[in-house]
Each structure stands twice: as structure tokens, then as C-alpha cells.
Ligand binder design. Structure first.
Ligand SMILES: [Zn+2]
Ligand SMILES: [Zn+2]
Length: 129
């Protein structure tokens, strides 16, 4: 385990909360509750360091500001088109492997697979009826 500063540990703990994919702004607001003097630049620097150590992942391909999460097993993201909520969807690795078997994909230097599902989350479905 990489040695962590107090700031980095606090940020990692915030990221580790279940089902949360915060933006830098959201991380900053949460971090301030435990570290009132932390700056946004410090939050940014620490999140970059966590990414370097493969403890955090930046979620790519979403609209709006970048979001982050604790590094987990490969999974897909469901994004609600109404409220913007993001939900982790753990799909069968067989399914990912079958995508990687594709000849055209093998011809390219594929580095990562981003699976994104769009629709209405359960809360919005229930309130939009
Ligand atoms: Zn929603
Ligand atoms: Zn996720």
C-alpha cells in the first residue's frame, strides 16, 4: 500500500462510499467537512495521484464535468438522462471478453472498454409516470 497523506486518505475514503461518482466540486465540498482548510487545487492534485496509483478511476465519456470513483472490477455505468445519477452495473466478464474477441478491435490497440447505458433511473421512472 502506498503511504497516504491525511488529505489523500480523506479523499480516498470519500471516493470509497458506495454508489458514488463525485465530481471534483463534490469531492471538495465533502473533503472540507473533515479538512476545512483544503483547497480545490489540493483535491485535484490528490485525485490525480490516486489515479496514478490505480486507486481511483476517472469516468470518461460522460457529459458534464469529469467524475471519479474508487477503482473496482471492470463494470458498466448506467446514466440517468433526467437526473444524471450514475449506477454501477457489474456485467459478466464473458460479455467483455466476447467484445475483445472482435477482429476489428484486435487490429486497434484497445486500451479500455467503456460501456455506458442511458435511460431513466428507478427514481425518475417512478416520478415521471
Ligand atoms: Zn434519474
Ligand atoms: Zn462505477
Amino acid at each position: 500500500m502506498v503511504r497516504m497523506t491525511e488529505q489523500r486518505r480523506v479523499i480516498y475514503e470519500i471516493l470509497s462510499r458506495e454508489a458514488w461518482h463525485p465530481t471534483v466540486d463534490e469531492l471538495f465540498l465533502e473533503a472540507k467537512k473533515s479538512l476545512p482548510r483544503i483547497s480545490q487545487a489540493t483535491v485535484y492534485r490528490n485525485i490525480e495521484a490516486l489515479i496514478q496509483d490505480d486507486l481511483a478511476t476517472k469516468i470518461v465519456g460522460l457529459n458534464g464535468p469529469a467524475r471519479f470513483e474508487k477503482t473496482k472490477a471492470p463494470h458498466a455505468h448506467f446514466e440517468c438522462r433526467s437526473c444524471g445519477a450514475i449506477k454501477d452495473i457489474f456485467i459478466d466478464t464473458e460479455c467483455i471478453n466476447s467484445i475483445m474477441d472482435n477482429k476489428e478491435i484486435q487490429q486497434c490497440a484497445t486500451e479500455t472498454i467503456v460501456v455506458k447505458l442511458l435511460g431513466l433511473c428507478q427514481v425518475c421512472r417512478e416520478t415521471n409516470i
